[in-house]
Ligand binder design. Sequence first.
Ligand SMILES: [Fe+2]
Ligand SMILES: [Fe+2]
Length: 363
Amino acid sequence: MKEFFTSDCVQQENKIITSSFVVVSKQVKPKKTGEPYLALTLGDRSGHLEAKMWDNVEEAMDVFEQDDFIKVKGLVNKYKNRFQLTIHKLRRLGESEVDFADYLPKTSKDIGELWRTLAEFVASFKEPHLKALLEAFMADPEIAEAYRNAPAAKTLHHAYIGGLLDHVVSLFRSCDLICRNYPQINRDLLLTGAFLHDIGKIHELTYNRSFSYTTRGQLLGHMIIELEMLHAKIAQVPGFPDDLKILIEHMILSHHGHYEFGSPKLPMFPEALMLHYLDDLDSKMEAMRAQFEREIASDGAWTSYNPSLARPLLNSDKFLEKNARAASGDKVSSPVLAASKIPTAQEEKTATPIPAGTRSEEF
Ligand SMILES: [Fe+2]
Ligand SMILES: [Fe+2]
């Protein structure tokens, strides 16, 4: 049983921990002296943690590779306002020594229920070809299995097992609501776009041990993979109209909304534009929710820098709660200041260097 998770760093700061992780990335780099050191990203179901190994690297660096499981002993510390682990000892773990569920984050929702919700939406379609198309996707056992398990992204949002399904069900609900306000939107077409817009992730990403890109995903990206999947399934729906096919293809290609985000075309009809905005909204809302959850134990209302949104975030709930407590006379020292503790550029520059770890005998 794994004793320490990356989310426990706050409680374990400046303490020696022993735990196991999956190696998300591994780099061997030279120190100023020319000797090698290890720069790793370690992962478990609660997140990622940067780790460095400075000493006895020669013995350790060839015994494991990326995606292997390792047991490490080291010091939890902070560098440039971020937690990291200074590794003192490590060894590779065999598959029989680990419980896979400890290493990959998974949706807390019931996957079967999410899948049923998806099917209920599809059952409500009026356009017979779009309904038959999505039913063909859902009835394909290989696709269904992968759709229920894939993450929606490697790191940016819904980066957990079941994330793709969770994202699409949430998107379906948003699409359904927005159609009530804009009756000119073709609901079945919009929902078809939502169902298919990220389906290529099932082939773009690997998610057995850690989340990363397949070679095909890296070289082609999910949109191109989706067009291929779409064409294969349309071939199974007799008489599928060409006009509908072109609209779906455009929704897939334009859903990132901007050339610089990988869309070769900008959304050019209402359902395509709507899909782009709702997709963007859903991914950003989830990125915020996940960051607040990760930092639930921290005092301040400001989170650390969020790389996917390129800004620190304000947890408005915590912010209002602190101010309300202060107003009601609770002893909160400088609530606004405490809540506003964002790391400044100067603080980042002058952050404490990595403390030399204390060695301990047992491993
Ligand atoms: Fe996408
Ligand atoms: Fe998406």
